[in-house]
Design a binder for this molecule. Structure first.
Ligand SMILES: *[C@@H]1O[C@H](CO)[C@@H](O)[C@H](O)[C@H]1NC(C)=O
Length: 284
């Protein structure tokens, strides 16, 4: 009798804890649809893991069921190992239509032992061309790492394992459109881009290594879900006003000084007539 009670309350606790973890980690079955790749993307481990694959015929990808207008979104990714030259793994937010908004993380593969490039971009009202690129301070193929987007009305912050790597501030005050009216979905995909991705397209995909595989897990969105015009958020949602504190600003500077390999805001060849107006606002 006693042991039965003990074991049933033990079970209750286990059930409670595991449902908490599921809710926190998100579930790929619940939150996403595989949209292309003809079986190359797979949801495994009861919705806790999603794998993307690419071979000579096709890549693969998925998208969120929900649309979000602002959010704090984390995804853990483990990128294609070994010779991943020519492959691109993307993880981004995007709205629809010709004047779309978009917030991009793209991981450009490389030959074994050579560094991936983490490429970032922000589109507002259909206008992008705001690239910043980085090397990472770890091997992104050896393990999962967390890639996060904080998107609120004042700023967009890209982070890697909690370290901010880029901040794109609202620059409406200098006439630059900011993503704030169009709800976006979360997308991820793995595809072949050997016409440009690795050393500008010089290194091609080695198909003898296919299929290439990348994995995603622990999706977590504290985000304002939009459905039929109303939002799940209220103005008291804390991250809607979040900004970088002094420590985070120092870390952002550390990344930009040591790991940033391209910044459109310092590419004077590309902008001989002067930098885009948001560059003056985004000087960190
Ligand atoms: C690949 O490695 C080369 C040589 O280290 C480097 O110049 C390049 O930035 C790396 N990344 C990509 C995606 O080309």
């Amino acid at each position: 009798m006693r042991t039965q009670m003990a074991s049933s309350s033990y079970m209750m606790i286990t059930v409670l804890i595991s449902s908490f973890i599921v809710a926190f980690g998100g579930n790929f079955h619940q939150d996403f649809d595989i949209t292309w790749g003809d079986g190359r993307a797979k949801i495994l481990e009861n919705g806790q893991l999603l794998t993307l694959s690419l071979d000579k015929t096709s890549g693969s990808g998925f998208q969120s069921r929900n649309e979000y207008l602002f959010g704090k979104i984390d995804m853990q990714l483990k990128l294609v190992p070994g010779n991943s030259a020519g492959t691109v793994t993307a993880y981004y937010l995007s709205s629809q239509g010709p004047n779309h908004d978009e917030i991009d993380f793209e991981f450009l593969g490389n030959l074994s032992g050579d560094p991936y490039i983490l490429h970032t971009n922000v589109f507002s009202q259909g206008k992008g061309s705001r690239e910043q690129q980085f090397y990472l301070w770890f091997d992104p193929t050896a393990d999962f790492h967390t890639y996060s987007i904080l998107w609120n009305p004042q700023r967009i912050i890209f982070s890697v394992d909690g370290t901010p790597i880029r901040e794109f501030k609202n620059a409406e005050s200098v006439g630059v459109a900011y993503p704030k009216n169009q709800p976006m979905r979360i997308y991820s995909s793995l595809w072949n881009a050997d016409d440009w991705a690795t050393r500008g397209g010089l290194v091609k995909t080695d198909w003898s290594q296919a299929p290439f595989t990348a994995s995603c897990r622990n999706f977590n969105a504290e985000a304002c879900i939009r459905s039929s015009g109303s939002s799940s958020c209220s103005s008291s949602t804390r991250w809607l006003n979040e900004e970088l504190d002094a420590t985070s600003q120092e870390r952002l500077k550390w990344v930009q000084k040591n790991y940033m390999i391209y910044n459109y805001c310092s590419d004077s060849k590309r902008f001989p007539q002067g930098f885009p107006p948001e560059c003056s606002i985004n000087r960190n």
